[in-house]
Design a protein around this ligand. Structure first.
Ligand code: UT7
Length: 330
């Protein structure tokens, strides 16, 4: 079986920034509260008409360029998002057209904050099986399209943006690549973080619009409790079954949902904070976009280098959660 690795990363965020001070003018909140409770200082927000496929195509072209792979040589495009341009067609089809990936097939994955990690896993399987040479995995969300900017508990967290990874096979003498993963869902938590209307359960009607049911509904405390318990639990199990401890990990890249969730996980994992990638202050929670943005931040800061042992972790709507180990590929 071939071994898969991440060959390159590209990211894209909208130019417009929404700061905590901007939010102070929109809802009853304060910069101090947001920073203290979440660690977020600002987030990027899409311009009118700027879509998930636009940001995905931008990020993908950057990633392909960095990998030295032509769009014509892409075999498969997987887009992890909960904010597709439209319910149908799949955003992967729109990206395929925008980047001119003539021979690629593709599909979307809707698993919220866990999207990019799960999509990387799926993409890696197509390399490992030998079916494909170049897989593009995208994690992008335009959360501002489904956020209620009158709901102060929710609107302060989310931002727009994300990135793409090119996944290929490793060279035969390369020690890098995907190592192991544990992914888990618990649908009994579905109601605590959901978008109630617009699906087959509650199709769009005047009533659903009037009741503001097309926006994200989040019971923050419940999600917070699940996240602080599940993230370290999955990481510990994954490390243990690979004969490792937090000490062996060079770089920990967690989903950026709330700084307090990240620091709590680090304490439980005994992970020194200098090994943790944190960029929530700059981007907020971009749902499927947080991990590629965090990877890019880590590379830019010189925090992540070829051969590093990386532990990824995610948790979010579903409930869904995951942890993945890899030796970094470039
Ligand atoms: O990535 C997807 C997964 N999502 C998450 O992981 C999110 C997890 N949850 C959270 O990050 C946090 O629960 C929130 C940031 C959403 C909320 O923080 P919290 O510390 O759990 O606040 P809370 O809901 O318990 O509210 C505490 C107080 C309340 O006031 P009272 O009842 O104590 O008087 C809220 O009304 O803070 C108030 N509050 C605010 N005050 C100022 C809630 N939101 C705000 C706000 N500004 N934006």
């Amino acid at each position: 079986m071939a071994k898969a690795k991440v060959k390159s990363i590209g990211t894209a965020v909208p130019a417009k920034i929404l700061s905590n001070f901007d939010l102070e003018k929109m809802v009853e909140t304060s910069n101090e509260w947001i920073v203290e409770r979440t660690g977020i200082h600002q987030r990027h927000i899409a311009a009118h008409g700027q879509t998930t496929s636009d940001l995905s195509a931008e990020a993908t072209l950057r990633a392909l360029d960095a990998a030295g792979v032509s769009p014509a040589d892409v075999d498969l495009i997987i887009v992890a998002t909960i904010t597709p341009d439209m319910q149908l067609p799949a955003t992967a089809c729109l990206v395929q057209d925008k980047i001119g990936a003539k021979k690629a097939w593709g599909f979307d994955m809707s698993i919220a904050c866990s999207g990019f990690l799960y999509a990387m896993q799926v993409g890696a399987q197509f390399i490992q099986s030998g079916a494909h040479k170049n897989v593009v995995v995208i994690g992008v969300d335009v959360m501002s399209s489904i956020i209620d900017y009158t709901d102060r508990q929710t609107c302060i967290i989310f931002g727009d943006g994300g990135g793409a990874a090119v996944i290929t096979a490793t060279e035969s003498d390369d020690e890098v690549g995907f190592i192991d993963f544990i992914h888990e869902v618990d649908g009994s938590g579905g109601e605590f973080l959901c978008l109630p209307a617009g699906g087959s359960k509650l199709p769009t009607s005047h009533e659903t619009v009037d009741k503001r049911l097309h926006f994200v509904h989040q019971e923050g405390k419940v999600v917070f409790k699940y996240a602080t318990r599940k993230m370290p639990e999955l990481c510990s199990r994954l490390l243990e079954r690979n004969g490792l401890t937090g000490e062996d990990v060079d770089v920990f890249i967690p989903h950026q949902a709330n700084l307090r969730i990240i620091t709590s996980a680090c304490e439980r994992l005994k992970m020194p904070i200098e090994r943790v990638v944190i960029n929530i202050d700059e981007f907020g929670n971009t749902t499927a976009g947080t991990l590629p943005l965090a990877i890019e931040s880590a590379i830019a800061k010189g925090q992540l280098k070829k051969g590093d042992l990386v532990l990824f972790a995610t948790v979010g709507a579903g409930f869904s959660a995951g942890a993945m180990l890899m030796r970094w590929g470039f």
